[in-house]
Design a protein around this ligand. Structure first.
Ligand code: PEP
Ligand code: MG
Length: 570
C-alpha cells in the first residue's frame, strides 16, 4: 500500500514519475568551508558571480536553441539577479560581517528575499524564492557542489521549489509538481501552468514522507498523491491516464481550428502572459495573440526601474512572438498591495483601494513615459496595444492618452521609430468604469474586462480571502449586468470588448459572454482548448437562449449550477 498524501489540486492531470526533491540544505557544507583572507573571499565571490552568470548565459542559449523559452526566460531573470550591481555591493558588506564568501552570498540574497517576502501581494512574495535560489546557486559554485544527474520522468517536490530546479529540467522530463506551500502563484506553479504540468500544492509536511527516487502518482484534479504505490494502485489510474492522453490528442487537433460556433460566430482566444517567453507556450495551445501582458512582471526582481531600452526589448520580443496577432500590453499595475523596492508608496490602510496602477502612472511621469515609449517602439515589430489598469473615469483615460501623445513627441525628437497605430484601451475592472462604459466607449479603442478585480470591487469581496470565497462568484447577477453593459456599450460605439480576468477561462462563462457580444477572451494558455471546444459545440442561438434564461435568474449560485448542468461531459 502506498503512503497517501492529500493537497490541493491546482493543475489537472495524472502524473506518474519518480520523486525529485528540490531544495538542498547547505549547512553541512558551510561548516566545512575554510575561508581565506577578507580580500580573497571578496575576490572569490566576485569571480563566482562572473562564472555563474556565464553558466546561466550558456544554459539560456541551450534552452533557447531547444525552443524551451520559458525556462530560458526564468534563467534570464536569474542572470539579471546575479549581475545586479547592488547585489555585489551587498555581498561585500556581508563578507565583512561573516568572513566567508558562500555564507555572505546566501545572506545577501536572503536579505533581498525578505524584501520581497514582506510584500502583501502573493505573486511578489513568490519572487523571494527566486532570490534565494540565485543565492544558493552561487553559494554552491563557491562550495564546489555539483548538480545530480536525472534519469526518467520526475515529479518535482519541495516545501518551496526553487524555480531553477524546474527551469533546469527539460519540460518533457517533468511529469508533475508537488509544492508544500499553498501558493498558486509561486514561480514553479506559474511555469507548470503555462505547460499544463499536473500540480498539487499545500501538502505541507507531507513532503517529509517522500525520498528522492520514490515512485509516485499524482492527481492534479483531486489533489491526491500516492507515494510508492502498489502495482494494483498504479493500475487503478490506467483508465484516467488513457482518457487524459485521448483528451490531449483531441485538444492538439483543435490547435489550429477557430473558436467558432456551428453557425459561424467567432471569438478570438488569446493568452495572459507575464513575460515574452510565455508567448511560446501560448502559441503551442493555439493562442491567437496576447490579451494581457502583465507588464509589472518586467519591473520585478530588479533593484531599480527598468530603463526604456530594457523594457523595449521585452515588449518587442513579446510582440514579435505574436506573429502579427495583437499583443495587448497593460501598463504597470504596481503599488499598494504590489510595492516595489524602488517605488515609494506610503503604508496604506486599504492598499486595494489605494495608490496603485494608473494612479501611480499619472503621478509618476518619470516611470510612465519610458514605459509608453517602449511599447510604442515595440509596436513597429508587429501589432501592439496599450491598456491602462484600474481606470475609474474619463479624465484618467484622457490624461493617460495625452501621455501617449507626449511619448510619441519625445520619440520623434529622439529620432526613434514607433508605431503610430497602436490601439489604446482600458481594463474595465472597477464598477465605476463598467457603469460609465457607455461614455468611456466613445473615447477608448477597446475594453478588456478584468473580472478578478471587478468581482471583488462589485461585491466587496476580497479576491484572496478564503473565508468569504463562497461569495466570490463571477456569475453573480450584479457582476453579469456590469459585464453585459460593458460589452454592449463597446459594440454600440463600434469598439471591441474582450475579457482578461479568470472568468474568461470558464467554458460556461464563455457561452454567456459570446452571446453578450464579446470579441476576445484572454486566459492562461492551457485553458484555451477547453473553452474552444465549448464554443465549437454550440450555436449562437442556443447561447443566446442560455443567456436570456440566466439574465432572468436572481441567484449567482443557482446560475452556476444551472450552467454546469448544460456542460457536455467528456
Ligand atoms: C483582473 O483584475 O481581472 C486582471 C486581469 O488583472 P489582475 O489579475 O492582474 O489584477
Ligand atoms: Mg486587476
Amino acid at each position: 500500500m502506498a503512503d497517501k498524501i492529500k493537497g490541493k489540486g491546482v493543475i489537472a492531470g495524472i502524473a506518474v514519475g519518480s520523486i525529485l526533491l528540490a531544495g538542498q540544505n547547505l549547512d553541512g557544507y558551510l561548516v566545512n568551508y575554510k575561508p581565506g583572507k577578507l580580500d580573497t573571499e571578496k575576490k572569490k565571490a566576485a569571480d563566482a558571480l562572473v562564472k555563474v552568470a556565464d553558466a546561466l548565459r550558456k544554459s539560456i542559449d541551450d534552452f533557447n536553441e531547444k525552443g524551451l523559452k520559458e525556462q530560458a526566460g526564468i534563467l534570464e531573470a536569474h542572470r539579471m539577479m546575479v549581475e545586479d550591481p547592488a547585489m555585489s555591493g551587498l555581498i561585500e558588506e556581508k563578507i565583512d560581517a561573516s568572513k566567508s564568501a558562500p555564507k555572505a552570498v546566501l545572506d545577501a540574497y536572503e536579505t533581498q528575499a525578505q524584501v520581497f517576502e514582506a510584500m502583501e501581494d502573493e505573486y511578489f512574495r513568490g519572487r523571494a524564492v527566486d532570490m534565494r535560489d540565485v543565492g544558493k546557486r552561487i553559494a554552491k559554485y563557491l562550495l564546489g557542489i555539483k548538480e545530480p544527474e536525472i534519469a526518467g520522468k520526475v515529479i518535482v517536490a519541495g516545501k518551496e521549489i526553487e524555480p531553477s530546479v524546474i527551469a533546469g529540467l527539460p519540460t518533457d522530463k517533468i511529469a508533475g509538481v508537488i509544492l508544500g506551500a499553498g501558493s498558486t502563484t509561486a514561480h514553479a506553479v506559474i511555469i507548470a501552468k503555462t505547460r499544463a504540468i499536473p500540480t498539487v500544492v499545500g501538502v505541507g509536511s507531507g513532503i517529509d514522507q517522500m525520498a528522492d527516487g520514490d515512485p509516485a502518482i499524482l492527481d492534479g484534479e483531486t489533489g491526491e498523491i500516492l507515494i510508492r504505490p502498489s502495482e494494483a494502485e498504479r493500475k487503478s489510474y490506467d483508465k484516467k491516464i488513457k482518457k487524459q492522453e485521448e483528451l490531449k490528442a483531441h485538444y492538439a487537433e483543435l490547435k489550429t481550428l477557430p473558436a467558432k460556433t456551428t453557425d459561424g460566430v467567432e471569438v478570438d482566444l488569446v493568452a495572459n502572459i507575464g513575460s515574452p517567453a510565455d508567448v511560446d507556450a501560448a502559441n503551442d495551445f493555439g493562442a491567437q495573440g496576447v490579451g494581457l501582458f502583465r507588464s509589472e512582471f518586467v519591473f520585478m526582481g530588479k533593484t531599480d526601474v527598468p530603463k526604456e531600452e530594457d523594457q523595449f526589448k521585452e515588449y518587442k520580443a513579446a510582440v514579435e512572438k505574436c506573429n502579427g496577432n495583437l499583443c495587448v500590453i497593460r501598463t504597470m499595475d504596481i503599488g499598494g498591495d504590489k510595492p516595489l523596492p524602488y517605488i515609494q508608496v506610503d503604508e496604506e490602510e486599504n492598499p486595494f483601494l489605494g495608490y496603485r496602477a494608473i494612479r501611480i502612472s499619472l503621478k509618476r511621469k518619470d516611470l510612465f513615459l519610458p514605459q509608453l515609449k517602449a511599447i510604442l517602439r515595440a509596436g513597429v515589430y508587429g501589432k501592439a496595444a496599450i491598456m491602462f489598469p484600474m481606470v475609474i473615469n474619463v479624465q484618467e483615460f484622457l490624461a493617460a492618452k495625452e501621455m501617449v501623445e507626449e511619448a510619441k513627441m519625445e520619440l520623434v525628437h529622439e529620432g526613434k521609430d514607433y508605431a503610430d497605430n497602436v490601439q489604446v484601451g482600458i481594463m474595465v475592472e472597477t464598477p465605476a468604469a463598467a457603469v460609465m462604459a457607455p461614455i468611456l466607449a466613445k473615447y477608448v479603442d477597446f475594453f478588456s474586462i478584468g473580472t478578478n478585480d471587478l468581482v471583488q470591487y462589485t461585491l466587496a469581496v476580497d479576491r484572496g480571502n478564503a473565508q468569504i470565497s463562497y461569495l466570490y462568484n463571477h456569475f453573480n447577477p450584479a457582476v453579469l449586468r456590469l459585464i453585459k453593459r460593458t460589452i454592449e456599450s463597446a459594440n454600440k460605439e463600434g469598439k471591441w470588448a474582450g475579457m482578461c480576468g479568470e472568468m474568461a477561462s470558464d467554458p460556461n462563462a464563455a457561452v454567456l459572454l459570446m452571446a453578450m457580444g464579446i470579441k476576445e477572451l484572454s486566459m492562461s494558455a492551457p485553458s484555451i482548448p477547453r473553452v474552444k471546444e465549448r464554443i465549437r459545440n454550440i450555436t449562437s442561438a442556443k447561447a443566446k437562449e442560455i443567456l436570456d434564461t440566466v439574465m432572468e435568474m436572481e441567484d449567482g449560485d443557482k446560475i452556476k449550477e444551472y450552467l454546469s448542468t448544460l456542460t457536455p461531459k467528456n
